[in-house]
Ligand binder design. Structure first.
Ligand SMILES: [Zn+2]
Length: 150
């Protein structure tokens, strides 16, 4: 049986950028901390913290990782495609990796992308930028993808 990742206790596996880490939970009365060290992800929390509180903290850290990567990748692809989004946000989504709203000019990235290989994020960056020009997945969009990956 697989452990649910929800418990946030030592021995679980946590994925960051597609790589599995052995979660090691340590207790401290000080501020929470999360750090990747070789094969280990060391999460320092208050002993009496709930699984939900630990999850929230880890998500906060993953959000920062994801934002840093978006800040690195987005300008590169905006330059390559000549397309620019007005703004972007990171949020938890259940069924989509990313979305683009033509109304507000906003790209939304799924927080869960920080758990997947960074290539997935890069794919979503390129895909959603394409929607600035092409609102559906029709011929224009397919041509854009062909042009970009050539
Ligand atoms: Zn799409």
């Amino acid at each position: 049986m697989r452990h649910s990742e929800r418990e946030f206790v030592s021995g679980e596996t946590i994925y960051v950028w597609g790589k599995p880490y052995d979660l090691q939970v340590e207790y401290s009365g000080q501020a929470d901390n999360f750090l990747l060290d070789g094969e280990k992800a060391i999460l320092t929390v208050h002993k009496e913290s709930t699984a939900k509180q630990r999850e929230n903290y880890v998500n906060e850290v993953l959000r920062k990782y994801l934002k840093d990567e978006i800040n690195r990748l987005l300008p590169v692809w905006e330059q390559k495609t000549g397309l620019q989004c007005k703004r972007w946000v990171v949020k938890y989504m259940k069924t989509r990796w990313g979305t683009y709203s033509g109304t507000t000019g906003t790209v939304s990235f799924n927080l869960q992308l920080a758990r997947k290989p960074v290539e997935c994020l890069e794919y979503i960056v390129v895909h959603e930028l394409g929607h600035i020009m092409h609102h559906n997945h029709g011929k224009g969009f397919i041509a854009y993808n062909g042009y970009i990956s050539a």
